[in-house]
Design a protein around this ligand. Structure first.
Ligand SMILES: [Zn+2]
Ligand SMILES: [Zn+2]
Length: 393
């Protein structure tokens, strides 16, 4: 199996967990998949067997905090995105499409992000076959992980732009035990059951299969005295707060990339990027279409017929709009420059839709006046409809 095969595998998807899933969640998810797809429960079902094997493989990597970190780093550098280079130009590391075979063909051409360590070193240290306990070779600088988060903005803030403090919670390596889960001063011991392999092999009828070692949960090592900080998991949740500037005119559903604001790099590597998915809360009055704001204004029949001056709110004040006599319902009036201010300083418009309202109730005086109005008014132009009615009935 080539390194490329490894990279193309999404171990998180196999276990059905989020990339940020805790070690505990990974364990739970693995156990669930393993239980469901266990060959004992699915005799003669090759799909179940395949799923069972894939889950074991995924768990092997994700259950070891060190190997999981390397797998994540590798995927964020040239994982998923790089293999779909026609799909989306901007999402790839570095933004430059590159050929997969270039990456794996050469003898670890010196990518600057890895300092001295070539690709081969990186891969072999990740997938060295589960010899946990063996000290990983020292690695060069590694780029920090990209971080995804979501922010809800008030309508007005999105239109005008706003700076908000963002608090990010992300899994990180425990500083007390440096991720090995052992109490400071102690070391994890090689698992006596699997001898560090993390998996045990069982013969089951005509085939044998391996499953993660129960004694060490597939880690390959056992911790005798747990780290008091992380309770042996090797990972902690780290919280960071930073101020993020949202530009004027940011729209609902937009994804903002803040270069270098993701997780810090390791061993002097550059930080990852922060991606913020923006949700804009609806406003009770205004809607938005691109750079234009929209507003619906009820007017009476008399106002539409006779014309009037309307005083309507804008996002930052009010304007007067002239409704000319004889304006039909649904007509859109435009208040220029009262929309969203774009980056180039130009602004969209406020589009005011007139909505002629029909009163549900009338006073006696109003009814009398309206009846007399009706007598003075020619009927609505419906001849073309009447003709069709006569033909079909
Ligand atoms: Zn074991
Ligand atoms: Zn710890």
């Amino acid at each position: 199996m080539s390194s490329k095969d490894w990279i193309e595998k999404d171990f998180y998807a196999v276990l059905g967990v989020d990339k940020a899933a805790s070690a505990d969640d990974v364990k739970k998810a693995y156990r669930k998949v393993a239980r469901e797809s266990h060959p004992d429960h699915n005799p003669g079902d090759p799909k179940a067997e395949e799923r069972f094997k894939a889950a074991s493989e995924a768990y092997n990597v994700l259950s070891d905090s060190g190997r999981r970190r390397e797998y994540d780093e590798m995927r964020s550098l040239f994982g998923s995105g790089a293999f779909r280079r026609n799909a989306r130009g901007g999402g790839q590391p570095g933004g430059v499409p590159f050929d997969v075979s270039d990456m794996f063909g050469g003898a670890g051409g010196g990518d600057r992000r890895f300092g001295g360590a070539g690709f081969q070193d990186l891969f072999s240290s990740i997938f060295s076959g589960g010899q946990a306990g063996g000290q990983a070779a020292p690695r060069g600088p590694a780029r920090g992980r990209d971080v995804e988060t979501e922010v809800a903005l008030d309508f007005g803030d999105a239109v005008r732009g706003v700076t908000l403090p963002l608090t990010l919670r992300a899994p990180g390596v425990c500083d007390t035990c440096h991720g090995n889960g052992a109490k400071p001063g102690t070391q994890p011991r090689t698992c006596p059951v699997c001898h560090g392999a993390g998996v045990t092999t069982r013969d089951q009828g005509s085939f044998s299969f391996s499953e993660p070692c129960r004694n060490c949960q597939g880690v390959g090592t056992v911790v005798e005295e747990k780290c008091p900080e992380c309770h042996g998991s090797g990972g902690v949740t780290k919280t960071r707060t930073m101020n993020v500037r949202f530009p004027a005119g940011v729209a609902d559903g937009q994804r903002i990339r803040l270069a270098g604001r993701g997780e810090p790099g390791e061993r002097g590597g550059p930080a990852g990027d922060l991606f913020v998915q923006v949700k804009v809360r609806p406003d009770e009055l205004f809607g938005r279409t691109g750079d234009d704001l929209t507003l619906s204004v009820p007017v009476t029949f008399a106002e539409a017929v006779l014309g009037t001056d309307l005083r309507v709110p804008t996002l930052d004040g009010a304007v007067t709009l002239r409704v000319p006599p004889g304006t039909p319902s649904g007509r859109v009036l435009r208040a220029r420059g009262k929309g969203v201010v774009r980056r180039d300083g130009q602004a969209g418009d406020l589009l005011v839709t007139l909505d002629v309202v029909v009163p549900a109730r009338l006073s006696d005086e109003a009814r009398t006046a309206l009846e007399s109005f009706a007598e003075q008014t020619p009927p609505a132009a419906r001849e073309h409809l009447d003709a069709r009615v006569r033909r079909v009935s």
